[in-house]
Design a protein around this ligand. Structure first.
Ligand SMILES: *[C@@H]1O[C@H](CO)[C@@H](O)[C@H](O)[C@H]1NC(C)=O
Ligand SMILES: *[C@@H]1O[C@H](CO)[C@@H](O)[C@H](O)[C@H]1NC(C)=O
Ligand SMILES: *[C@@H]1O[C@H](CO)[C@@H](O)[C@H](O)[C@H]1NC(C)=O
Ligand SMILES: *[C@@H]1O[C@H](CO)[C@@H](O)[C@H](O)[C@H]1NC(C)=O
Ligand SMILES: *[C@@H]1O[C@H](CO)[C@@H](O)[C@H](O)[C@H]1NC(C)=O
Ligand SMILES: *[C@@H]1O[C@H](CO)[C@@H](O)[C@H](O)[C@H]1NC(C)=O
Ligand SMILES: *[C@@H]1O[C@H](CO)[C@@H](O)[C@H](O)[C@H]1NC(C)=O
Ligand SMILES: *[C@@H]1O[C@H](CO)[C@@H](O)[C@H](O)[C@H]1NC(C)=O
Length: 476
């Protein structure tokens, strides 16, 4: 596939191998269930809610030639379908074709469904991307102090929204944005691919997302968010192409995703310094499972660096990373305030990593000089267990903040094998406290061995675990 060509050559092999395995599995499925999935133009798909009304994008004058702008067609379609919100809701089918569009807004009780051969292409015409207010918990645009541009697919103050497909594609055509950003030629914050704000009951699933201008999927100030079965691909040297960024969200479940990215595969956030502290909305009750990540210069899962509203109760399990800088990384700084606590991680399989464990309090990027130097973050109750890592350069770099140690760190049942030329100091620890059990190579003195300890992982279920998907259908 074309995208591989853009990846750094040294990573191409592993990507191709993995994509090859996935393709093989899909091919097997298709043979076995010949009549399931795409049956005479009728497609069945799982969703939190099915819709009574249905329309096809071409009913609104859309042209799928990859050249004609369809921004008006998307907006007209969704405006029309919004009138069914209180009458069973509606779905908009995006049929096979290449559908160029600028930013458009979603509506409530609505499903956007992409056929497997549908490609939504992000417009390269900047006038197709309206400016919108900066996020209150950030106080400014993330790239630039000026404004920010609306996401390609944007939703605010909504209930019950599904963005799904039969593995259809959304291509942000990000390269022109990356070039401008790198050259410092933009005074406005690049758009995200999908951003949902102040919303409840969101599903984003069964899609391939490629080349976002910046972050891919950004649910913020929202609750009951299900992200499932996404393939997210960007060149490993593209700027800020985070995969999924749950930000000030409660009850989020991210599962079965495959992410190759130039930044963190998942970045858990809750606002930036004094702005995040003021808004005070944590990200909490977050499940991340069955994630595969490739990101040579970033984290598999980052907690922060913007964590000023707090991050609590994160449960990550069955995580695979290949050729990635670190596993679950905590990034914070003086001035952030907030907390990162009750973090649970189990069953990570890691191969070719710079760091297995990494946490630090020196991420000194601030929105402006008005941050409060007395706002120190609280980092405690961080649990990692059942980890196998190979070809590792540093086992751990764990640096708390002087006078503000990171405490309650527990690491158990971990086997790390090192690269041919490992660093001499494998565990570099300052200003931290906790215990380890059955970990090799031998941890630092600040994490003494406590025999027989299995670090905690919660056994209760979260409400987002119990969300049931119905079988809906789409004709095209
Ligand atoms: C979806 O498409 C991507 C890109 O072609 C592919 O790598 C992935 O295996 C597909 N996923 C499914 C479930 O078919
Ligand atoms: C989309 O929503 C934003 C924020 O609510 C609003 O500013 C903008 O005008 C909307 N765009 C359209 C085309 O309705
Ligand atoms: C950004 O730059 C453009 C052109 O260089 C200029 O017209 C615009 O006023 C600037 N916007 C802000 C918010 O500084
Ligand atoms: C959206 O919800 C937020 C938070 O509840 C509220 O402050 C804002 O006014 C709402 N916006 C609209 C357009 O209703
Ligand atoms: C969506 O993906 C899941 C696996 O993640 C699969 O079970 C389901 O059949 C897929 N649905 C469609 C319509 O492709
Ligand atoms: C230790 O971790 C490995 C790898 O996840 C797992 O297979 C094994 O069951 C764990 N052992 C214990 C005692 O939990
Ligand atoms: C091991 O890691 C090094 C980088 O430290 C990398 O160059 C090498 O290709 C990796 N080896 C294998 C077998 O993956
Ligand atoms: C250990 O970490 C400290 C604090 O970040 C750093 O100053 C020091 O250089 C590190 N030591 C080694 C040997 O890497």
């Amino acid at each position: 596939m074309g995208l591989c060509l853009k990846l750094r050559t040294s990573h191409v092999i592993s990507v191709i191998v993995i994509l090859g395995i996935l393709t093989l599995r899909v091919a097997e499925c298709r043979n076995k269930h010949h009549h399931h999935g795409d049956n005479g133009g009728k497609i069945e798909y799982p969703a939190i809610n099915c819709r009574k009304h249905s329309a096809v994008l071409t009913d609104f004058g859309a042209v799928g030639d990859g050249k004609t702008s369809n921004t008006k067609a998307f907006n007209a379609a969704i405006q029309k379908l919004s009138t069914y919100a209180s009458d069973g809701g509606a779905q908009l089918i995006v049929p096979p074709g290449k559908w160029l569009t600028g930013s458009f807004n979603l509506t409530s009780h609505f499903t956007l469904f992409l056929h497997k051969d549908a490609v939504i292409l992000g417009s390269q015409d900047e006038s197709e991307w309206p400016a919108i207010p900066v996020l209150p918990s950030y106080g400014r645009g993330r790239d630039a102090p000026g404004g920010r541009l609306s996401a390609l697919i944007f939703g605010s103050n909504l209930t019950d929204v599904v963005i799904t497909g039969n593995n259809g594609t959304i291509d942000g055509q990000g390269s022109t944005w990356w070039k401008k950003f790198r050259a410092g030629e933009s005074n406005v914050t690049r758009p995200y691919m999908i951003e949902i704000m102040y919303s409840d009951q969101i599903q984003i699933s069964n899609l391939t997302l490629i080349n976002s201008p910046s972050w891919f999927v950004h649910p913020i100030y929202s609750s009951n968010v299900l992200v499932k079965g996404l393939t997210i691909l960007a060149p490993v040297d593209s700027p800020n192409t985070d995969g999924v960024d749950p930000d000030s969200c409660t009850n989020t479940r991210i599962e079965d995703c495959f992410i190759v990215s130039g930044d963190d595969c998942i970045a858990v956030k809750s606002g930036w310094d004094e702005y995040g502290i003021k808004v005070g909305m944590p990200t909490q009750h977050l499940i991340i499972r069955r994630l595969t990540c490739i990101s040579p210069d970033s984290a598999t899962i980052a907690l922060g660096s913007e964590m000023s509203g707090g991050i609590q109760d994160v449960r990550a399990e069955d995580i695979t990373a290949i050729d990635t800088e670190s596993g679950v990384r905590i990034k914070t700084a003086v001035g952030r305030g907030g907390y990162v606590k009750d973090i649970y991680v189990r069953r990570m399989t890691l191969k070719t990593m710079k760091y297995v464990f990494w946490m630090a309090g020196n991420y000194n990027q601030h929105p402006d000089p008005k941050y409060d130097p007395k706002a120190i973050p609280e980092i405690k109750g961080i649990n990692y267990r059942d980890v196998v890592a190979e070809n590792v350069t540093y086992s751990a770099k764990l640096d708390g903040i002087q006078g503000d140690p990171f405490t309650g760190i527990c690491i158990s049942n971990v086997t790390i094998t090192l690269t041919e030329k490992p660093k001499k100091l494998q565990w570099n620890c300052t200003d931290i406290a906790g215990v380890t059990s059955n970990v090799t190579p031998t941890p630092c003195a600040l994490l003494p061995e406590k025999q027989g300890v299995d670090c905690a992982f919660p056994t209760d279920r979260l409400p987002i675990d119990d969300v049931q998907l119905k079988t809906c259908s789409a004709a095209h």
